[in-house]
Ligand binder design. Structure first.
Ligand code: SAH
Length: 209
């Protein structure tokens, strides 16, 4: 699977090594386990998916691009889903916080990640459009769900020298990187077209589903 990710264009050796460390079958339903190492998104319930491995690698590579010393950086992932990308990011960054708006998926990620005992990964339940103010600032913010634009809270919580990696748009989405220079200047770059599930406001619990 990681060879395929590399063929498709992910070059950063740190990302490829991280992806070789995380067993993706732990994050897909048993019924789909035989497909866990295909380079494809798969359903995880609640209308959500585990991202395509190539896309996880690509986003991680872009997230690293801003940072000289990622092991000293706190990163925020918006959209934990089943927790696969969070596990990959935790191999790369000093600390990773990952927030999910669907309570049942937050709990699924907890269950998937528990046996891995990743000491530098913290999961949060809540609306990631608000970022995670209690843990800010972040040197990298990676969204695995697509909104219309980058929420103001993410920009407020972005450290100098940090990057936001986010798919933007409806229908056709563009993988967008917003970086904040050490002096505070914001620079926005658009990359390839992608397809992610939508970034939605609010939270979903058993009570309000
Ligand atoms: N990171 C996952 C991908 C999950 S799909 C992986 O590694 O495979 C994207 C996830 O974003 C979904 O679980 C969806 O519920 C979640 N999401 C969408 N809007 C959100 C928001 N505002 N805050 C937090 N999570 C959100």
């Amino acid at each position: 699977m990681v060879d395929r990710v590399q063929e498709l264009g992910v070059r950063d050796p740190r990302v490829l090594a991280a992806m070789r460390c995380v067993e993706r079958h732990r994050f897909v339903d048993q019924a789909l386990a035989s497909r866990a190492y295909e380079d494809t998104a798969l359903p995880i319930g609640f209308g959500q998916t585990i991202s395509q491995p190539y896309i996880v690698g690509r986003c991680a590579e872009l997230a690293l691009s801003g940072t000289a010393d990622p092991k000293s950086v706190a990163a925020l992932e918006v959209g934990t889903g089943g927790g696969y990308a969070a596990a990959v990011l935790s191999e790369l960054f000093g600390t990773v916080f990952s927030i999910e708006r669907v309570r049942a998926l937050h709990e699924l990620a907890r269950a998937n990640l528990r046996p891995l005992r990743i000491a530098n990964l913290r999961l949060a339940f809540g609306d990631g459009m608000l970022g995670l103010p209690t843990e800010a600032p972040f040197g990298a913010i990676v969204s695995t769900a697509a909104g219309d634009d980058i929420p103001a809270a993410w920009i407020e919580q972005l450290a100098p020298g940090g990057v936001i990696v986010a798919p933007l748009g409806r229908g056709t989405q563009v993988l967008t990187v917003l970086s904040r220079s050490p002096e505070g200047r914001l620079v926005r770059r658009e990359h390839e077209a992608v397809r992610f599930v939508p970034l939605l406001q609010g939270t979903v619990t058993a009570e309000n589903r």
